[in-house]
Ligand binder design. Structure first.
Ligand SMILES: [Fe+2]
Length: 271
């Protein structure tokens, strides 16, 4: 009887000791709901450490083998590649990753979890849909858009990923020239976040804006106030490159840290 008790006690303590430490730059309620569901299903506790990508990355690098982190969740492919290059991740594989995630959204070191499009917004009162027909990102450098495009600053990682995809497709020489012409088409000095670009189109200051889709949805929802909601209602989304490679999709994704103490649990959570 005493043995059974001890065995039970041992297995219980093991059950509660199961955990996974997640370093994340995301801050969504939906993520937390998923972690809770995972704990309910597996008994593995998810400890969330939230922060900015650069400070979390710094902590991981500084702590090295002593870092308790298992998973690093980042909100842009540029950040994932930067972490991979700094040797933060270990290689991971799983038949589930291979069957569920297209190969363009994963590497040996990280897996895309969520995707989002970086698209063009326009005001239907200023531009007809016909004018945008067959428009590609590549066309945004043409003189017909002079002084009409709003986009945030070049140090923004969303823009860097978009431009990187254009370099991959068109080559560096093409893009050097393209960027010069594109900058000539700005309606103003780059400033503000993605929502500020949509506002610029709504106010008539710019004819086109580049922003991620979910910011438009956020504005329409009214969660950012009535003014932004009304502005978003004046603007429409446009998905470029529909006759060729398609719109630019970016990802949020995860990697398992090199010195992850709970690697098995990390893989389970990612799966
Ligand atoms: Fe964002």
């Amino acid at each position: 009887m005493r043995w059974i008790f001890l065995i039970l006690l041992f297995s219980f303590s093991k059950l509660f000791a199961e955990e996974v430490n997640l370093f994340t730059t995301r801050h969504y309620e939906s993520d937390i709901k998923i972690y809770k569901k995972f704990t309910k299903k597996t008994g593995i506790k998810v400890n969330v450490v939230a922060g900015k990508s650069k400070s979390l990355e710094k902590r991981i690098l500084e702590e090295g083998k002593d870092c308790i982190g298992d998973i690093f969740f980042l909100a842009d492919v540029g950040r994932l590649i930067s972490a991979e290059k700094k040797n933060i991740f270990q290689k991971i594989s799983s038949s589930i990753f291979e069957s569920e995630v297209p190969s363009s959204f994963r590497s040996e070191y990280w897996i895309g979890i969520a995707k989002r499009a970086r698209i063009i917004f326009y005001s239907p009162s200023k531009i007809s849909k016909n004018e945008l027909k067959d428009l590609n990102y590549e066309n945004l450098s043409e003189p017909r858009w002079k002084g009409q495009i709003a986009i945030r600053q070049a140090n923004n990682v969303y823009n860097q990923s978009l431009i990187a995809s254009l370099i991959e497709k068109n080559g560096l020489d093409y893009m050097k020239k393209w960027l010069k012409d594109f900058v000539n088409n700005f309606s103003r000095k780059p400033q503000g976040n993605d929502r500020a670009q949509i506002l610029s189109v709504a106010s008539g200051e710019s004819k086109l804006a580049i922003a991620n889709t979910y910011y438009y949805a956020l504005m329409l929802s009214g969660k950012k106030g009535k003014e932004q909601q009304l502005a978003a209602q004046k603007v429409k989304p446009f998905f470029p490159n529909q006759n060729n490679r398609g719109v630019h999709m970016n990802i949020s994704g995860v990697g398992v840290l090199k010195y992850s103490p709970n690697k098995e649990n990390a893989i389970k959570l990612i799966e």
